[in-house]
Design a binder for this molecule. Structure first.
Ligand SMILES: Nc1ncnc2c1ncn2[C@@H]1O[C@H](COP(=O)(O)OP(=O)(O)O)[C@@H](O)[C@H]1O
Ligand SMILES: [Mg+2]
Length: 228
């Protein structure tokens, strides 16, 4: 379970410190599918980096499966990320001259598994996101945006994380392709019971979730749910 209590984040870039998160508190249960919505600059990516153990809050507590991770070292956070969290980004972040399979299997390179096992695991994850077999060995720059994002989701799954965090995953996709990506998350939630947190500023995207957390100016806000 994810629980944040009064999370604050202040960036200090030489000049005047700017408080981006001003005291966020919420819980996300195991197996929930939650959307985080808010205008640009409201702090969505900042809270996602904290939830994903990529960054630490300036103040407040972050309890992940009951363990306080707010004060852990970078190495300890990396260990938690590897075990529990998969990331999907707006810009896919694939390696351009590598095949779909290689992009997905790469995170396994430091684990015990041999090459055959890594490939088998990558194939399984690509199949789980509906990526067609005939494209497994295509280079990522030969794929469409929707195919690239499915490779990115498969890569997020490869370490079998319980939590998937996605930051504007449909931001670079047309709406039909965005739909396919959101249906993929929906299936990973319903069939595989993974916790999904999707950041978006689009109501149609958020409509795939079970619950919406609204953020405005670094605080939770109650907003009417549009389009529902
Ligand atoms: N590393 C950083 N250093 C300084 N300011 C930052 C940094 N990251 C984000 N910000 C600022 O924090 C605010 C919130 O950013 P962000 O969390 O990316 O918002 P959102 O994802 O909702 O668009 C913005 O004003 C942004 O400029
Ligand atoms: Mg953002």
């Amino acid at each position: 379970m994810i629980e944040v209590r009064n999370i604050k984040k202040t960036y200090r870039n030489g000049g005047i410190p700017s408080e981006v998160l001003k005291g966020l508190s919420f819980k996300i249960d195991d197996g929930e599918f939650v959307a985080i919505m808010g205008p640009s600059g409201s702090g969505k990516s900042t809270i996602m980096h904290i939830l994903g153990c990529l960054d630490s809050p300036t103040e407040g507590r972050y309890l992940l499966d009951g363990k306080d991770v707010s004060g852990l070292s970078d190495d300890e956070l990396a260990e938690i990320r590897k075990k529990k969290i998969g990331f999907v980004f707006q810009s896919f972040n694939l390696l351009p001259r590598c095949s779909a399979i290689r992009n997905v299997s790469l995170p396994l390179i430091y684990s015990e598994t041999d090459k055959e096992q890594r490939r088998a695991r990558a194939e399984k994850c690509l199949e789980a996101v509906g990526f067609s077999k005939e494209h497994f060995d295509y280079l990522s720059n030969q794929l469409s945006g929707g195919q690239m994002q499915r490779v990115a989701i498969a890569r997020a799954l490869v370490n079998n994380p319980s939590i998937i965090l996605a930051d504007e995953p449909t931001g670079n996709l047309d709406s039909a392709t965005g739909k396919i990506v959101m249906e993929t998350f929906r299936r990973l939630n319903t069939e595989e019971k993974r916790t999904i947190v999707v950041i978006t500023h689009e109501a149609e995207v958020a409509a795939y979730s079970d619950r919406i957390i609204y953020i405005k100016d670094g605080l939770i806000t109650e907003e009417p749910i549009k389009g529902k």
